[in-house]
Design a protein around this ligand. Structure first.
Ligand code: ACM
Length: 443
């Protein structure tokens, strides 16, 4: 990280991949820098399920993370709309689960579809390369395999994973829409064994102490309707469908702990009680994170209203991705991961923070660049630097420093959102040039 600071001091030329001025010498004023990160987990979550991000783009994002001194890539590898990691013992996960026939164009309330088939996945060699490239940059890659919801791509590949007594799961395809999906995993031993097999391969690829198991947004309708799921609830003696969800998560909590790893999941996993080593990604605001920290669990703060970078970054009609809340650069800069109400003991459980990049409406690298930068620079400063004693970060100082940073991002070739708003070609970079229509939802 010291080398990154040194590189920043050298000026934007130091961010190019080759010297551009022969004979140029770099001079630095003598000085001493004393610096240390505030948090051990300074993360970026990339959703490569909604839109596949080619390996080369992932490697580039790792370079950009390192330049911003971020050290955890939370890799969201599976979802209803795609399964992105090769699992040798279950080849249909990628043969079938990595591809979808079409995609919803725009946000989930849009009526438009893009009929271009979409997909892709990382081979195990790709994953090993990504993990090694990240490690060279002191970045840990935390894999996420989302269960028991967000699983339609897996069910499309292996219909027996779904609730076959209430849905014709053999007729399911990889989902082409966005939103919360009712097709969740069946609470059977067969499902558990299947995912243990998946996780065995995942553990062999990712040395990360933490493994993310998802746990978010699992509608309980199918379990309510399914005689098999109801019988399972009775057999296990758990408290209804919510108890079934906790049983699921607790199973993998114990399974991972036996293998020397720690489970992390979205804050819904708190609902049925957690084993002591498990950690929580607090996304539905701060509340889950506060409850988890007070109960002694480690927490990564990533509240959606503050650090979901798919959300629009300015009011008005110009934003190419007009979804969610307006979260300006300044809003992100003012984000504080540790709520002041936490006791010092509970605050010590906030091990870090991350910005989340959900890609429903980010079909390609330009759109990801636009949504993520420059807001990730503001986020990175929050994750690295101590909160001033006044508890107020001074945005005007940050803005002044951003003038130099935009020059670095230009040298790096990052298609960020300029302070004055999108460039003409950034306004409507949608597939096929079609505008995103409809009224933005009020979230
Ligand atoms: C989430 O945004 N569903 C974690």
């Amino acid at each position: 990280w010291g080398a990154q600071t040194l590189r920043q001091l050298l000026g934007p030329e130091a961010f190019r991949r080759a010297p551009v001025r022969p004979g140029h010498t770099w001079a630095l004023p003598p000085g001493t820098v004393e610096d240390a990160p505030r948090f051990g987990w300074r993360g970026l979550m990339l959703d490569v399920a909604r839109h596949f991000m080619p390996k080369d783009d992932v490697l580039r994002q790792l370079d950009l993370m390192a330049a911003h001194k971020l050290n955890v890539l939370h890799f969201h590898l599976t979802d209803d709309q795609g399964w992105r990691i090769e699992i040798l013992r279950h080849p249909r996960l990628t043969e079938v689960g990595a591809w979808r026939a079409r995609s919803k164009h725009g946000h989930r309330f849009s009526e438009l579809w893009d009929d271009t088939p979409h997909g892709g996945y990382y081979t195990q060699d790709d994953i090993r390369e990504i993990v090694a490239y990240a490690a060279e940059r002191h970045i840990t890659v935390v894999p996420e395999i989302d269960v028991p919801g967000h699983s339609q791509a897996a069910i499309a590949a292996y219909p027996e994973l779904g609730n076959t007594d209430v849905v014709d799961t053999a007729a399911l395809t990889v989902w082409d829409d966005w939103g919360i999906n009712p097709n969740v995993l069946a609470p059977t031993d067969r499902t558990l064994r299947f995912y243990e097999g998946v996780l065995e391969e995942v553990l062999a690829l990712f040395p990360s102490p933490f493994v993310h198991i998802g746990g978010d947004e699992c509608p309980k309708d199918q379990w309510r309707a399914s005689p098999a799921a109801q019988a399972r609830i009775a057999e296990l003696g758990v408290d209804g469908e919510d108890g079934l969800q906790s049983w699921f998560i607790r199973h993998f909590d114990g399974w991972l702990a036996e293998r020397g790893r720690r489970l992390i999941g979205w804050d819904e996993i708190l609902e049925g009680g957690l084993a002591p080593g498990a950690a929580v990604s607090s996304w539905r605001g701060y509340r889950g994170g506060v409850a988890a920290a007070e109960a002694g669990h480690d927490v990564v703060m990533c509240p959606e209203q503050q650090v979901y970078l798919d959300h629009r970054q300015a009011p008005g009609d110009d934003e190419p991705i007009p979804i969610g809340y307006v979260r300006t650069l300044e809003d992100v800069y003012r984000f504080e991961p540790v709520p002041p109400s936490l006791s010092p003991e509970a605050a010590a459980h906030v091990i870090g923070t991350q910005a989340n990049v959900w890609t429903e409406v980010m079909q390609n690298r330009s759109r990801v660049d636009y949504q993520v930068y420059p807001r990730l620079a503001a986020f990175a400063e929050v994750a690295w630097s101590e909160l001033p004693p006044s508890r107020e970060r001074v945005f005007a100082d940050f803005e002044r420093r951003m003038e130099s940073h935009y020059a670095r991002l230009d040298a790096l070739g990052v298609g960020y959102r300029p302070p004055a708003g999108p460039r003409p070609w950034q306004r409507r970079p949608g597939v096929g040039g079609r505008p995103i229509e409809g009224t933005p939802p009020v979230v």
